[in-house]
Design a protein around this ligand. Structure first.
Ligand SMILES: *[C@@H]1O[C@H](CO)[C@@H](O)[C@H](O)[C@H]1NC(C)=O
Ligand SMILES: *[C@@H]1O[C@H](CO)[C@@H](O)[C@H](O)[C@H]1NC(C)=O
Ligand SMILES: *[C@@H]1O[C@H](CO)[C@@H](O)[C@H](O)[C@H]1NC(C)=O
Length: 511
């Protein structure tokens, strides 16, 4: 429309009035925007041309989500890059066919948390040298195996903050245990030795230990041990025939701490990551379509045999957390000023370490609601502390991602509050005071049901976090296969010189 009018206007430009100048401005802007759209479209397809495009990824993701089907302009909102497919549900409720379809496909999926049909994920695990895994726990190999002998002693994971992110440790133990003569009963995944038979290829790198314990640089070192190890890992993994065969698309690696795979992730990004959230990831490196969100391992004791009631938990709202946080810090401070004088509200700053853990357990066990406010990343381990304490989580984190949300409806046991609402005078206190005994008790009961989904333990038990994560990975497998098969379409014509099928993806058909 603007273009046609512009053409008509060209001849009458002789008389320059203020009106026509304004008009020109509008036309010029429109043309400028349109030309950008064309430029972006032509560079954005195929979706990932080159690694170099990665840093500019938000735009790519936006275009990607457009070309993958949805025409709605809302989907192109760049600020939600990692979560592109979630944007639909953000503002408007569309209860019609699409959500029903989703439910139907979920029901047919067969890997929900309460189906009888058991799908066992077949996992090929690299025999990485011990320096990448148990060696980080000072374990030394005896004999030729790179893995500890389960009949003697399993190296323990140390306590402290990194334990929250210890996901890869529990997954690795579970795979190793699947090869024991009498493997534990809970079994959503098993190790296979033939990579051609595997659904997924696991890279057992203990990123949570490498990051936390070895990321400090000694004065005489050029790079920290963590960086050196990540470089070695990339070199090792990308040299394997399994990686070359798929370009890494069918690989799986844990990077639960947001900084834990900072270096390697720029090379290993075709793989599926297990993450806590997408807070610090460019959308091409990590996104909801490709990756799996895992819970933190909670630091507060589970509330066993919880016989508390609505009335026996005197505190209405509980929050304890760090006062200074980079991005989310201001929300925490604003909420502190809003809530500090409310009676029944416990709001203090301080980290939950050392002797603080007992106090925090006490606090969460005696509160009806527990606040989870975004910190420097959207997720935090406090949510899982609240769940373990059966303290109904009130989540104030607009970009949070939740584990297993495709099979679990968090609204049944969590309250979600948009940040802009939470910052309104009286909003939170009013909201929580208006949730009565019955409604609260229902959520409390649900918390007791779901609590086991967030427990990491060895041996793993039916329906615990280890099993739930493997099942979540299993639900990614069809999409991974699809991506892989599509990538192979032209493999014959591309590498004709090599006899037969060379399945190494060339850069031009990589994605
Ligand atoms: C691995 O599995 C593939 C596919 O099932 C099979 O063709 C191949 O012979 C197997 N390799 C070995 C060493 O068993
Ligand atoms: C919880 O109750 C069960 C049986 O009712 C008991 O065996 C167990 O020791 C109790 N756990 C705790 C932590 O009190
Ligand atoms: C508190 O909640 C009640 C019921 O939901 C509502 O009618 C009232 O306007 C709210 N008050 C404030 C100050 O938000």
């Amino acid at each position: 429309m603007g273009i046609a009018m512009a053409e008509r206007n060209v001849s009458s430009l002789a008389v320059i009035t203020r009106k026509s100048l304004f008009f020109l401005f509008i036309v010029a802007s429109t043309l400028f925007i349109l030309s950008w759209v064309f430029v972006l479209r032509s560079t954005g397809s195929p979706r990932f041309i080159d690694h170099k495009l990665l840093p500019n990824s938000k735009l790519n993701a936006a275009i990607g989500s457009r070309s993958s089907g949805s025409e709605s302009q809302k989907d192109v909102e760049p600020s939600t890059g990692n979560r592109a497919i979630l944007v639909d549900n953000e503002e408007e409720e569309k209860p019609s066919s699409s959500s029903q379809e989703k439910e139907a496909s979920q029901a047919n999926n067969g890997v929900g948390c309460n189906t009888d049909e058991k799908v066992v994920l077949k996992v090929f695990m690299y025999d990485l040298p011990p320096e990448f895994h148990f060696g980080l726990l000072n374990w030394k190999p005896q004999g030729r195996s790179v893995w500890p002998d389960f009949h003697t002693k399993i190296p323990a994971y140390p306590g402290g903050l990194n334990l929250q992110h210890s996901i890869e440790y529990w997954l690795t133990l579970d795979l190793l245990a699947s090869e024991l003569p009498n493997p534990p009963n809970a079994r959503a995944a098993m190790r296979v030795r033939n990579a051609s038979e595997a659904d997924i290829i696991f890279i057992p790198f203990f990123s949570s230990l490498s990051y936390n314990r070895f990321s400090k640089r000694n004065p005489h070192q050029k790079k920290s041990s963590n960086k050196v190890l990540q470089d070695k890992l990339v070199e090792y993994v990308t040299a394997q025939k399994e990686w070359k065969r798929s370009g890494g698309r069918d690989h799986l690696i844990v990077a639960h701490h947001p900084n834990s795979l900072l270096d390697a992730r720029m090379s290993l990004w075709p793989a599926t990551f297990i993450l806590s959230d997408f807070g610090r990831y460019p959308p091409n490196v990590a996104n909801v379509e490709k990756d799996v969100i895992a819970p933190y391992k909670h630091v507060i004791k589970s509330y066993a045999n919880d016989s508390s009631t609505f009335d026996s938990r005197p505190t209405l709202l509980y929050f304890q957390g760090a006062i200074y946080r980079k991005d989310g810090g201001f929300v925490r401070q604003e909420l502190f000023y809003l809530l500090q004088d409310e009676k029944d509200v416990h709001f203090t700053f301080g980290s939950v370490q050392k002797d603080g853990i007992n106090k925090a357990s006490q606090g969460m066990h005696t509160s009806k609601f527990c606040l989870n406010i975004a910190g420097d990343t959207p997720s935090s381990n406090r949510l899982f502390d609240a769940i373990a304490s059966h303290c109904v989580p009130v989540i104030i984190s607009d970009d949070i991602e939740l584990p297993y949300e495709d099979v679990l409806d968090y609204s049944e046991f969590c309250i979600f509050v948009r940040t802009r609402d939470a910052l309104k005078q009286n909003f939170l206190v009013n909201l929580t005071r208006n949730i009565g005994r019955d409604e609260w008790t229902q959520m409390w009961k649900k918390l007791q049901e779901v609590q086991k989904f967030y427990e990491f333990q060895f041996p793993s038990r039916e329906g615990d976090a280890v099993q739930m994560i493997w099942q979540a990975v299993a639900r990614r497998v069809p999409a991974i296969r699809m991506k892989l098969h599509k990538s192979r379409r032209f493999s014959r014509t591309v590498s004709r010189k090599e006899t037969g099928l060379s399945r190494i993806p060339s850069p031009s058909n990589f994605w």
